[in-house]
Design a protein around this ligand. Structure first.
Ligand code: 6GU
Length: 225
């Protein structure tokens, strides 16, 4: 899988994309993530990629030409499953969308910024508009990094223990049960006896009960789905 991210702030994506699971997935050639500085695609001699809005509102608007040139260049190199625009008014990103996108061949993320982007980009070049939640971030970069993380870790082989992606919170609409490690007692705070019992069937039952109980208490909306 290849992910191309188009942004005016490539530095912001450097660290999150080059550590931990995302780094490992790239080292193992399971995923290739390439960040593009939008300013490299402008023809403007001052490398500007925004301009004042028609109709005179406050704030700047990202221009169509550099974005069209960046996307056209990428599309000339390979086929893409989606051209995703990160924007607070998009469709809500969730585990189901992460699962679906993790089965893609190639994806483009265009990170939104400023007041917005020329709407013709959204009409003609974007196939999907996605948000990570109902709050406003300064730009779409951190949202794109979050989505990449959620998508890439689902590629088979990206996580060491294949089971662990399957037992994630949300994968079956249940929150994960509590986990513990040694010592079995710390300052009088004990690990539940059942986990030390060695009865695997009972332990599995306990984990499932815990997952249900935590979901009912903390996220009852997940059980309605
Ligand atoms: Cl995708 N972009 C911005 N700017 N803010 C957001 C977001 C995206 N998702 C939640 N807030």
């Amino acid at each position: 899988m290849r992910i191309d991210i188009i942004t005016v702030l490539p530095e912001l994506l450097e660290s999150p994309l080059n550590h931990s699971i995302l780094k490992r997935a790239q080292d193992k050639n399971l995923a290739e993530i390439v960040v593009h500085n939008l300013r490299d695609y402008t023809l403007d001699k001052h490398r500007r990629v925004d301009d004042y809005p028609f109709g005179g509102e406050a704030g700047m608007v990202m221009q169509i030409e550099p974005i069209d040139r960046a996307i056209s260049y990428l599309k000339s190199q390979r086929n893409y499953d989606e051209v995703i625009f990160t924007t607070p008014d998009g469709e809500k990103f969730d585990q189901r969308m992460a699962n679906n996108l993790s089965m893609s061949g190639n994806l483009i993320f265009l990170c939104g910024h400023y007041k917005g982007i020329d709407y013709r980009i959204r009409e003609h070049l974007i196939t999907r508009e996605v948000t990570i939640g109902d709050y406003v971030l300064t730009g779409g970069e951190l949202a794109a990094a979050i989505m990449c993380d959620a998508i890439v870790r689902l590629i088979p082989g990206a996580i060491g223990d294949e089971q662990s992606a399957l037992s994630d919170s949300f994968q079956d609409n249940l929150l994960a049960p509590p986990v513990y490690t040694r010592p079995a007692e710390y300052k009088g705070w004990k690990v539940p006896d059942i986990l030390l019992s060695g009865h695997q069937r009972k332990i599995d039952e306990w984990k499932h009960d815990q997952a249900l109980e935590r979901t009912r208490r903390l996220r009852p909306d997940l059980l309605d789905e």
